[in-house]
Design a protein around this ligand. Structure first.
Ligand code: APR
Length: 407
């Protein structure tokens, strides 16, 4: 790492500049640093924000394997909880799928993402990894060539520049990496036409399963976060402001849609976090543009129906680390040349399953398609048949389990 004072802008160098300290950026940073690659993570937020930002906490079996392989799983083994059951609730009754005993018999590990990010960050820093907090990447330039640069602005608003061999865009969907993609880059996108009110309640989980309720009023979801916090989702009208629903209205809707009268009461508590999520998906193709490579949400955004985001981020970070190590340490660029194609296979499989889940959980009668009313009834009948097939067919249940936990 050298520092050169050009006229006004401090210029620093690293073989790999990683944008973003989320699951993708920190997994990549740990793996590169452990392999002796000169890398730096540039993160616009401060350390406290990175370590406390609550996000999805549903780790796929592959994610645990990747973190185990690189000695990054101590925290999740200590505090993570294995999880393998879904409960589907409909107006015609409910059924449970012990997906841990189906398909590949893989389990999720429930582990709050902020704890995972904290583990990754702590491990990276203790190993001597370099990270610049409060440093916002503005743009990535000359990525088509062998020496891309990253223009940054630090916490005091001072401009800076990093020169690298490679830049890893792990700065999410709205980061500088995506903004710096060449014109004409393919962005496949889909608006699923559904919105959720996402809630964190200061209340213990009410089910020992991930709960998916399909009610004529709309979808409701229940996911354990910790022993004292529970994640709920409520389907709402597109454009609903996050603070539009009172807590009384929220709990009344959750009780009704989750069938509390039939299945037992939900533990109520203070709503400590709320946001509105418009279910959208997108995929950038290809994921490599010369010396700029994308991973995590910067590469693709799966709809949150199957908690794939962080799991794809960790998978892609390992593939990218292996490819960069091959190239920078051994001059072998074959893995780097195949990086995009290999990630896109996993991304499209996750996208397809998330799309299938959204179709399963949301009645088209609440979001009529643009076509004639009969079409919505046709889709609703197909949806009900899909639910019935999942309830009764072991083959369908094996397929569900393999894709729900798989990545
Ligand atoms: N410069 C520097 N850092 C940036 C910039 C920027 N211009 N823009 C965003 N960032 C940082 C954010 O502050 C965040 O810390 O990049 C990081 C991106 O982290 P995530 O959004 O967590 O993205 P990723 O690592 O790809 O993880 C993907 O994890 O957050 C969960 O479920 C979520 O699907 C998501 C998954």
């Amino acid at each position: 790492m050298t520092e050169r004072q050009t006229n006004r802008t401090v210029e620093e160098t690293a073989d790999v500049v990683i944008l973003g300290a989320g699951p993708a950026g920190l997994t990549l940073g740990n793996l590169l640093h452990a392999a002796g690659i000169d890398c730096v993570v540039l993160e616009r937020a401060d350390r406290a924000h990175v370590q406390t930002r609550a996000r999805a906490g549903f780790l796929a079996a592959n994610t645990v394997r990747v973190l185990d392989r690189h000695g990054l799983a101590a925290g999740l083994h200590r505090r993570g909880q294995p999880h393998g059951t879904c409960e589907f609730r409909t107006e015609n009754g409910s059924f449970r799928l012990d997906y841990g005993a189906l398909g590949r018999r893989e389990l999720h590990t429930v582990y709050p993402q902020q704890d995972l990010v904290d583990d990754l960050l702590t491990h990276y820093l203790e190993a001597g990894g370099r990270i610049a907090f409060g440093t916002e990447a503005q743009s990535v330039r000359d990525a088509a060539g062998p020496n891309p640069t990253v223009d940054v602005r630090n916490a005091e608003g001072r401009p800076g520049r990093w020169r690298a061999r490679y830049v890893a865009g792990c700065d999410g969907r709205h980061g500088a990496a995506r903004r710096s993609l060449p014109a004409g880059t393919l962005r496949h996108q889909r608006d699923h036409g559904v919105s959720w009110l996402g809630l964190i309640a200061e209340a213990p989980p009410s089910l020992d399963a991930v709960g998916y309720a399909m009610h004529p009023d709309g979808f409701a979801g229940h996911m354990a976060r910790t022993a004292d916090l529970t994640r709920y989702y409520l389907q709402c009208e597109r454009g609903t402001p996050a603070d539009a629903w009172s807590e009384d209205r929220i709990w009344a809707a959750l009780d009704r849609r989750m069938g509390a009268a039939d299945h037992g009461p939900l533990h109520h508590g203070r709503i400590v976090q709320r946001s509105v999520i418009d279910l959208e998906s997108d995929v950038i193709e290809p994921l490599r543009h010369g010396s700029l490579l994308l991973a995590g949400d910067a590469a693709s955004l799966p709809a949150p129906a199957a908690a794939k985001g962080a799991n794809l981020a960790v998978l892609e970070a390992e593939l990218l680390a292996e490819a960069l190590i091959d190239e920078l340490s051994h001059g072998d660029s074959r893995a780097l040349d195949r990086y995009s194609e290999r990630c896109l296979q996993h991304i499209w499989r996750a996208q397809e399953f998330a799309h299938w889940m959204i179709q399963l959980l949301h009645s088209p009668l609440l979001n009529p398609t643009a076509g004639p009313a009969e079409e919505s009834f046709f889709h609703e009948s197909m949806r009900r048949s899909r639910v019935e097939s999942l309830r009764t067919s072991r083959t369908h249940q094996d397929w569900f389990a393999e894709n729900y936990v798989g990545i």
